[in-house]
Design a binder for this molecule. Structure first.
Ligand code: HEC
Length: 449
C-alpha cells in the first residue's frame, strides 16, 4: 500500500526540523498526531525511520537516526567505487562529523552546526575500517587514519599500530599511522617509533622524530638524535627534526634552535628548510627569539608581494600537495589530467610553462601576472555602454573579449572611452592555505611537467 500524503508530509517536516514539536506546529497538528502518523508510516514501510528518546518521545527526536543514516551513507560512499579524491572527501566529512568546523572547508562560509555524538560515527565506520586501511589508494588509507585520530576512535588503534609496524606498507601510510597511534596513546607507540627510526625512508624517520620528541622530551638522547639528523643531508628528516626540536624545552635544545635561528636571520639556511626554521622560531617564546624574528620579518623587501611567502618556495611534499589540490581548494577551478573544474587554466603541464617561482606567485599573488585569456576587464565605449569579459586578444586597433555568455565581442580601440585594470577570479590562496600547505602545493605543481 502507498503511504498517504499526510503521512509523508508529517515525515518530511519531522525529518527536516528534527523535532515532532516543530513539525506539529508547522502542520497545525498536535505532536502526538505527528508521532502517530510517523508510527503508521514506519509500519507501512516495515522499517524504523526515527530513533525516539523514551522520555521525550515527542520532542527532539529523529536527529540521531538522521545522523546515523548520514554517517552510514558517507561510509558507504568512502568504501564505494567513486574516484579516490571524492572518497577521501567523504572520509574527511566523517572525520569532521562530530565537531563540524564553523567555516565551510571549500567556500569559507560561516555555518554554526551543532556537535554530534562521536560514537555514532565510530560505529558506522567500524565495520569498514579494515577494508579502508587495505585500500590500494594511499590517499584513502591516509584519510582513514586521519578520521580515526580525529574521532578519538580508540578501538581502531590496534589495527593502526599494526599498520605503523608493517614494513610492507608505504611510508605515506606508516608515517601518519605512527602519529595517529601516538595521539591515540597506543601501548605499541614506542616499539613503532624504534622500528621507524631504523627505516630506510626519510619521511618515516621524520615522523618518528616528531613522535619521539613528544614521548621523551627531556631525555638527552632525544636531542642527540635531532642534532645528528640536522647535521645530515636528508631534507625530509631535517624538517622533521626542526619540528621535533620545538617540543624540547631544555637549555641545550634552545641553544640548538638559536643557532638555526641565527642562520635564518643571516639568510644562511638552505631554501627547503627555511619554512621549518621560521616555524620553529615562531613557536618559541624564549628571549631573544621573538624580537629577532620580528626584525627579520620587518626587514623583508616591501614592494615584493612574494617576499612574505618566499620560505614556501622549496622543500614541500608533493604527495601532500596533491591531496590539498584535489580536496577542492584548487581542483574546483583547475583541471589536471582531465579531472577538475575549468574556471582557470588546465594545469596538467604547468611546470613546463612556469618556473617554480612563478608557481608560487600564481598561488599567493594571482593578480600579478594573469594567465593569457583569463584577465577580466570592463570596457566602456564612447556611447557609454559597458561590456565585461575576459581578454582573448588585443592589438593596437582592437580588443576581443569573451563575455559572460561565452560570446566573442570585438571592440575597436578608437571606440573605447575607458577600461578597468585587468583582474582575475583566482583568489589569493595565502588567505586560505597555511604556508606549509602552499609549499606542498608548489612542490606538487612543480612535478607537472
Ligand atoms: C575560484 C577559482 C580558482 C581557484 C579556487 C584556484 N584558481 Fe588558480 N586560477 C584561476 C584562474 C581564473 C586563473 C587564470 C588567471 C590568473 O592567472 O590569475 C588561475 C591561474 C592559476 C595558475 C597560473 C596558470 C598559468 O597557466 O599561468 C596557477 C599555477 C594556479 N592558478 C594554481 C592554483 C592552485 C594551486 C590553486 C589552489 C591552491 C588554485 N589555483 C585555486 C582560478 C582559480
Amino acid at each position: 500500500m502507498q503511504p498517504s500524503l499526510s503521512l509523508l508530509r508529517a515525515f518530511e517536516a519531522a525529518a527536516r526540523t528534527g523535532s515532532f514539536y516543530e513539525a506539529a506546529t508547522e502542520l497545525h497538528l498536535s505532536p502526538s498526531a505527528v508521532s502517530h502518523a510517523i508510527r503508521k508510516l514506519e509500519q507501512n514501510l516495515g522499517t524504523a525511520l526515527f530513533e525516539r528518546d523514551g522520555r521525550r518521545d515527542e520532542g527532539n527526536i529523529g536527529l540521531l537516526h538522521r545522523d546515523r543514516l548520514c554517517a552510514a551513507r558517507l561510509v558507504a560512499f568512502a568504501t564505494g567505487r567513486a574516484a579516490a579524491n571524492l572518497r577521501v572527501d567523504a572520509l574527511d566529512a566523517l572525520a569532521w562529523f562530530a565537531h563540524t568546523p564553523k567555516l565551510d572547508r571549500v567556500e569559507g562560509r560561516y555555518r554554526d552546526l551543532p556537535n554530534r555524538d562521536e560514537r555514532l560515527v565510530q560505529s558506522a565506520l567500524d565495520p569498514a575500517i579494515t577494508r579502508l586501511l587495505d585500500d590500494p589508494s594511499h590517499a584513502i588509507r591516509n584519510a582513514t587514519v586521519q578520521a580515526i585520530k580525529q574521532l578519538h576512535f580508540d578501538a581502531a588503534r590496534d589495527r593502526l599500530a599494526q599498520l605503523a609496524l608493517d614494513p610492507a606498507q608505504p611510508p605515506t601510510v606508516r608515517a601518519p599511522a605512527l602519529g595517529a597511534i601516538f595521539a591515540l596513546k597506543s601501548p605499541q607507540t614506542r616499539e613503532a617509533v624504534n622500528v621507524a627510526l631504523k627505516s630506510d625512508d626519510p619521511r618515516l624517520r621524520a615522523a618518528a622524530l616528531t613522535v619521539l620528541a613528544q614521548l621523551d622530551p627531556d631525555k638527552p638522547g632525544t636531542l642527540a638524535i635531532l642534532k645528528r639528523v640536522l647535521d645530515g643531508h636528508s631534507i625530509a628528516e631535517q624538517q622533521g627534526a626542526l619540528a621535533a626540536l620545538t617540543t624540547l624545552k631544555s637549555k641545550d635544545a634552545h641553544a640548538l634552535l638559536m643557532t638555526w635561528a641565527d642562520r635564518l636571520f643571516a639568510h644562511d639556511v638552505p631554501s627547503p628548510l627555511q619554512l621549518d626554521v621560521l616555524e620553529a622560531v615562531s613557536a618559541s617564546k624564549e628571549k631573544p627569539l621573538p624580537q629577532k624574528l620580528k626584525k627579520y620579518l620587518a626587514d623583508k623587501p616591501k614592494g615584493d608581494p612574494l617576499a612574505p611567502h618566499i620560505e614556501a618556495l622549496e622543500g614541500g611534499d608533493a604527495y601532500e600537495g596533491q591531496i590539498i589540490f584535489n580536496s577542492g581548494q584548487c581542483s574546483q577551478c583547475h583541471t589536471i589530467n582531465n579531472n577538475g573544474g575549468n574556471v582557470g587554466p588546465d594545469l596538467s603541464h604547468v611546470a613546463s610553462r612556469l618556473p617554480r617561482i612563478k608557481l608560487l606567485e600564481s598561488i599567493v599573488y594571482p593578480q600579478g601576472e594573469i594567465a593569457a585569456g583569463y584577465a577580466t576587464i570592463s570596457v566602456t565605449n564612447k556611447q557609454g555602454d559597458t561590456l565585461t569579459g575576459t581578454v582573448q586578444s588585443e592589438t593596437p586597433t582592437e580588443i576581443v573579449l569573451k563575455d559572460t555568455d561565452g560570446q566573442l565581442q570585438k571592440i575597436k580601440t578608437t571606440d573605447i572611452e575607458s577600461r578597468t585594470a585587468p583582474s582575475t577570479s583566482m583568489p589569493p590562496m595565502a588567505e586560505i592555505l597555511k604556508p606549509r600547505e602552499i609549499r606542498d602545493v608548489v612542490e606538487y605543481l612543480s612535478t607537472l611537467k
